[in-house]
Design a protein around this ligand. Structure first.
Ligand code: SF4
Length: 289
């Protein structure tokens, strides 16, 4: 297998075989994301992808999960993606799940029929970064999609019976818009009703977000405010059966629950943590500035 540049994958794909079907992200304009800024987007030649799959088959006797990288492999045209899925199914009959990152645009470019075909050929789950459900925040960070487009994209995946894992970024609206960020994000998530929801925390090692902070357009939340924002978000969620996790390296506090059943318990846990001021005394030191 050959890898080009730094390869990123969701935490839950830590034990998966990673195959780069694309290089970089076709959008690559989100201000908070530095992952693929050093890569010019392209789809890899399908023969190279097949070579990598064959070389992995020769090396590993058992592969349970395969993640197609980089940033939004769902942008690959459907007929070509089906060839890749079929090759995986033929080479790795033991593989239980094939997953990809997707941008809202790459989902909306696929018709419901195309998504159903991808499901039939083994696409198990799509990871969709929503980041926020607030339109002014989405525009400010150049997400390239409105809240209604995020909802449409998420529902299209669910309607195709493909699992969906969504992420939001705590603190993305800063002190200026934290309530709108929490409440409008909950509205979008409620409409999609995802299978998984992950909460990351805004990090400031990135040039463009730093510039917003320096220019006074965004005031960072303290660690305690990040948790208060998460509490408001969760309070406004009304989900049928969603595995919620906030255990990424960027988070101050690790949280996990199944929403709806464990929502009240999770809210109480957060309220207990918020009472312990000593926990937050040094938390902001994790920040770069
Ligand atoms: S769509 Fe995703 S990978 Fe691409 S720039 Fe935005 S956050 Fe980064």
């Amino acid at each position: 297998m050959r890898y080009e540049g730094t390869v990123y994958r969701p935490p839950s794909e830590g034990r998966s075989l990673i195959i780069q079907a694309t290089i970089g992200c076709s959008h690559n304009k989100c201000t908070f994301c530095e992952m693929y800024k050093d890569k010019k987007f392209r789809m890899r030649n399908i023969d190279e992808v097949f070579e990598d799959l064959r070389s992995a088959r020769a090396r590993y006797s058992y592969i349970e999960k395969i993640f197609l990288a980089d940033g939004d492999a769902l942008i690959i045209p459907t007929n070509r993606l089906i060839l890749i899925l079929d090759e995986i199914n033929s080479l790795f009959p033991e593989c239980k799940r094939i997953t990809v990152y997707a941008s809202p645009k790459s989902i909306l470019l696929k018709s419901p029929e195309e998504l159903s075909l991808l499901k039939e050929h083994g696409l198990y789950m799509v990871y969709l970064g929503l980041e926020s459900g607030d339109d002014t925040i989405l525009a400010a960070v150049n997400k390239g999609a409105s809240s209604s487009q995020l909802i449409e994209a998420g529902k299209r995946i669910k309607d195709a019976d493909i699992k969906i894992s969504c992420t939001l970024i705590s603190g993305l609206g800063g002190k200026e818009k934290w309530t709108e960020h929490a409440i409008n994000s909950a509205k979008v998530i409620n409409e999609i009703d995802p299978d998984y929801l992950g909460l990351l925390t805004l990090r400031v090692e990135n040039r463009l977000i730093n510039q917003d902070v320096i220019n006074g357009r965004l005031t960072l939340l303290s660690a305690k405010e990040v948790l208060e924002e998460a509490h408001l978000l969760i309070k406004n969620l009304d989900l049928s059966n969603c595995v919620f996790r906030s255990n990424h390296a960027s988070n101050y506090v690790s949280l996990g629950a199944v929403l709806g059943d464990e929502k009240e318990e999770l809210l109480q846990d957060i309220e207990e943590i918020l009472k312990k001021d000593e926990l937050f005394a040094n938390a902001d030191n994790f920040r770069l500035f």
